[in-house]
Design a protein around this ligand. Structure first.
Ligand code: GLC
Length: 538
């Protein structure tokens, strides 16, 4: 007997407004690569606005937009020149307001990115501080007097020392690129200015912020040496980087931001907290701090049932202690695409589809990265077209993040529908075979990854056990099982991460399978390697 697939449920009722973020599906839009409305080869707000119906059709609850601010252009918009404006590449404030209004009318929340750890070196404060060491703006950054050696052993995450020299010989701190000087959050003027920035956007109707580098704002007061060097093999930073990250005082910032958000109904904050210890990460989401802090375990785990099970269980346990939902991440603008991480080609695609079903079953708030619903692979970007400072600062030793940031393929025209006809070249080159992944093709294909995501999101909305249930995690060999118990029903996600078909006893309905090769007969589901299934218990 062939797999019994449940029919796509009719559109679910709108999510309850009460604490919508606890189980919201958030779609991350890399603005520069989403949709170009004016033909300059750069995605923009009007382009995104024109595609909002796609996001409604897909079935997400909210969108998080990567930085839209005027930027020095050194780090994909994460070097901000003016926090209360829109980069002309993307449009203007009226475009953003129109986007927010349209999204609201369509039932979508808009979350902006905010970058409080550092500004651009083009920011008015840093310019003033460079011009005059005694200017009040100078104490808003970390400057040290001219000397032979930098003040300590801290390293930039993008490679090389975290200290660079000013033209007059002083040192200044940048934990990322030299064009991203770190702010000194021990100067009260910094916090006051960010209060005004938050209110500026909240007053315009945004539903919250994704907070960049939320674990890094406050540094060791004495700027002492770190005891060790960060290893990229870790899940995040640990004690070896104790002087740079996770200082106790940073939590005061989040309490203050939370109290501002609490003045605006239904708003939320989600923090990027790259610490190895998830219990420490969860502390950022105590009831009076950020509503969520990303759990990056799955995005950093290889294709291994024990690693995935540990990633899920550790996150569930850690966030349960603070009463916050887990925010799950399998892909984002900083990491190679899942299809490529999991083996590439048909194998990587099968695994990425299966992993998506796992993530979308879990209680909490999943974050989808634009293009993951199309099973985009990591694009090959020629070195001469690469823009990422990670590539350039490592002298080419690290590939960089351009390959997960190329434009979205919307249709199978020559330019894949990213820009209008006759437009300038796209800001990153589009691979020649990109149209095979296009939205238009996948919409027509009942077996496409886009169709799978759409079905999954519709089922998730229709079955609260998915996304809001109580999860029990177990493994048997290479098979990972998560039983999600809701008030009225139970849905189990089974993910086969091994090489052999797994036989799963089950009496009930197959709600959804990641592959048409999943078979169900005589109370048993035959689950081939690299597939996942959602089973509704009778
Ligand atoms: C975060 C962003 C990344 C950026 C970095 C510096 O990790 O996700 O894209 O380069 O912060 O702002």
């Amino acid at each position: 007997m062939a797999t019994r697939l449940a029919a796509l449920p009719s559109p679910a009722a709108p999510a309850p407004t009460q604490e919508w973020w606890r189980s919201a599906v958030v779609y991350q839009v890399y603005l520069r690569s989403f949709a170009d409305s004016d033909g300059d080869g750069i995605g923009d707000l009007a382009g995104l606005r024109s595609r909002l119906p796609y996001l409604v059709w897909l079935g997400v609850d909210a969108l998080w937009i990567n930085p839209h601010y005027p930027s020095g252009g050194a780090d994909g918009g994460y070097d901000i020149v003016d926090y209360r404006a829109v980069d002309p590449d993307y449009g203007d404030l009226a475009d953003l307001e129109a986007l927010i209004a349209d999204a609201r009318a369509l039932g979508l929340k808009v979350i902006l990115d905010v970058v409080p750890n550092h500004t651009s070196d083009q920011h008015a404060w840093f310019r003033a501080a460079l011009a005059d060491p005694d200017a009040p703006e100078a104490s808003r950054y970390h400057f040290a007097p001219a000397s032979e050696q930098p003040p300590n052993n801290w390293q930039s995450l993008f490679g090389g020392p975290a200290w660079s020299r000013t033209p007059d010989g002083r040192w200044y701190l940048h934990l990322f690129a030299p064009e991203q000087p770190d702010l000194n959050w021990r100067d009260p003027a910094v916090g006051e200015d960010f209060d005004a920035t938050l209110r500026f956007w909240l007053d315009r109707g945004v539903s919250g912020f994704r907070v960049d580098v939320a674990y890094g704002l406050v540094k060791d007061a004495g700027l002492r040496d770190n005891p060790g060097t960060y290893s990229p093999t870790l899940f995040g930073h640990g004690p070896e980087q104790a002087m740079t990250w996770n200082q106790p005082e940073v939590h005061d910032v989040w309490r203050r931001w939370r109290s501002i958000c609490d003045e605006y109904p239904d708003t939320m904050l989600v923090g990027e907290v790259c610490l190895a210890d998830l219990e420490q990460v969860a502390l950022y989401s105590r009831p009076d701090e950020l509503h969520q802090s990303f759990s990056f375990r799955l995005i950093k785990s290889g294709w291994d049932a024990a690693a995935f099970a540990d990633g899920v269980q550790t996150a569930l346990d850690a966030f349960a202690t603070v009463g916050a939902p887990v925010s799950w991440v399998l892909g984002n603008h900083d990491k190679d695409r899942q299809v490529s991480r999991f083996g590439g080609g048909a194998l990587g695609t099968a695994r990425a589809r299966a992993a998506a079903l796992l993530m979308l079953s879990l209680p909490g708030s999943p974050y989808l990265y634009a293009g993951d619903e199309l099973a985009l692979p990591q694009a090959v970007v020629p070195d001469e077209s690469k823009l990422d400072p990670i590539f350039h600062r490592s002298g080419g030793a690290r590939a960089g993040r351009d390959g997960c940031r190329v434009p979205m393929p919307w249709n199978d025209s020559a330019g894949v529908g990213f820009s209008p006809d006759g437009a300038a070249d796209p800001w990153l080159p589009i691979p020649a075979d990109w149209a095979q992944h296009a939205v238009s093709r996948q919409t027509r294909d009942g077996g496409s990854t886009l169709t799978l995501y759409r079905r999954a999101l519709a089922l998730r909305a229709a079955h609260p056990a998915l996304g809001s249930g109580t999860a029990t995690v177990s493994t048997s060999g290479d098979v990972l099982t998560v039983r999600c118990a809701g008030d009225d029903e139970t849905v189990t996600c089974v993910l086969n991460m091994g090489t052999d078909t797994a036989l799963v006893p089950h009496a009930g309905t197959v709600l959804l399978a990641s592959s048409t090769h999943v078979r169900s007969a005589h109370g048993t589901v035959a689950l081939p390697a690299d597939t996942a299934v959602w089973l509704l218990e009778d």
